[in-house]
Ligand binder design. Structure first.
Ligand SMILES: Nc1ncnc2c1ncn2[C@@H]1O[C@H](COP(=O)(O)OP(=O)(O)OP(=O)(O)O)[C@@H](O)[C@H]1O
Ligand SMILES: [Mg+2]
Length: 335
């Protein structure tokens, strides 16, 4: 297969002053796929999108969209892509329809073609009724849809969506997901960033988890979940003071680090989460081992790993690595 990837980035570097927003980012996105970029705040997702969309010049590395270099052939790339999140491009005092027609004209469509395309998109995104109202009367969800419509005026083959559903209510989010699926069915390649792991799980064919401006894991949602251990045993200990002994007794079962599950705050350190490969009778064995160690258990449950686990495991490991680096540096400094 020698198909040109829709997006290819090699060793992208971008600094903002002393901040390294991108630190050797590599990405390959296949044609007509949905690619999810996940990462904690400040990981470099928006910076990556802006470099790929030609809005920012990288300080190092290179990237191509549909085979065209984002720096040397920026103008060609711009005609290939659509980018949302450009609210600034919308005129509050114009109607939704006029905005789309204007953007169509700016992307060199004739008035007639721009009008046709605008009406088609307004219809598709459920904005036909609001088409003749000024944008300043639109709700957040309507603006988001108009913004997406605007990015599609020029029939882009690659579309960048930076947090397309942040702040939307569940209904508006579901509608956005439907639109995304339709776009892919039509042959568009999508690069999307999101803070919602379920969204990435639902929509993305492949995902890159980025942290500190680099890709720290990549794969299909299923591969990523498998990489952090297939299942999770969730334990509620009878006594918080037993946590250390319990962790020791559970090492034999764990496929990775055992973490206190901080998500249920009212149980505090009594909650432990153990990554495991689930087998028949595992829960019984776990209970026996804890019993032998003198640890009482008030609840046990087994569930599949989620992208949330992937995210927490990976970003926790990165943070631990950093701490180790810092400790090493401190040691060296002390010598
Ligand atoms: N214009 C800028 N000037 C200075 N620093 C910036 C600028 N834009 C981003 N940064 C810094 O670069 C790093 C990466 O930021 P970026 O916006 O790409 O992250 P992100 O992954 O999109 O985060 P979020 O999830 O919060 O949107 C951060 O440390 C951020 O503070
Ligand atoms: Mg961002």
């Amino acid at each position: 297969m020698s198909e040109t990837p829709a997006i290819e980035a090699e060793g992208l570097v971008k600094h903002y002053g002393t901040t390294k927003a991108l630190d050797g980012l590599d990405l390959t996105v296949g044609q007509q796929t949905v690619y999810g970029l996940l990462g904690p705040n400040g990981a470099g997702k928006t910076t990556a999108v802006r470099v790929l969309a030609t809005l920012l010049r990288p300080d190092g590395g290179r990237a191509r969209v549909d085979g065209h270099d984002v720096v040397a052939e920026a103008a060609v790339v711009r005609q290939t892509i659509g980018l949302t999140g450009q609210y600034a491009a919308l005129d509050e005092y114009l109607t939704g329809r006029s905005n789309l027609v204007m953007i169509g004209r700016l992307s060199r469509l004739t008035t007639r073609a721009a009008t046709r395309r605008a009406d088609e998109l307004l219809e598709r995104f459920g904005l036909a009724e609001a088409a003749t109202r000024a944008v300043k009367t639109y709700s957040g969800g309507m603006r988001r849809r108009l913004d997406l419509a605007a990015s599609l005026i020029g029939n882009p083959s690659v579309l960048f969506l930076d947090e397309p559903t942040t702040g939307l209510d569940p209904t508006a989010r579901a509608l956005m997901w439907d639109i995304v699926r339709e776009l892919v069915a039509d042959g568009t390649t999508l690069l999307l960033t999101t803070q919602y792991l379920d969204e990435a799980d639902q929509l993305a064919d492949r995902i890159a988890v980025i942290d500190g401006g680099r890709v720290i894991a990549e794969g299909t949602p299923a591969e990523l979940k498998a990489s952090v251990g297939g299942q999770r045993v969730l334990l509620t200990l009878a006594e918080a003071g037993d946590a250390a002994v319990a962790v020791k007794a559970l090492q034999a079962f764990a496929t990775g680090s055992i973490v206190p599950n901080g998500r249920v705050s009212d149980h505090g350190d009594r909650l432990l989460e153990v990554p495991v490969i689930a087998t028949d009778g595992l829960a019984t064995e776990v209970l026996r081992a804890l019993d032998a160690a003198g640890v009482g258990v008030s609840d046990i449950a087994v569930r599949s790993a989620s992208l949330d686990d992937v995210f927490r495991t990976l970003t926790a490991a990165e943070a631990a690595d950093e701490d180790e680096d810092k400790a090493e540096l401190a040691e060296e400094a002390a010598v």
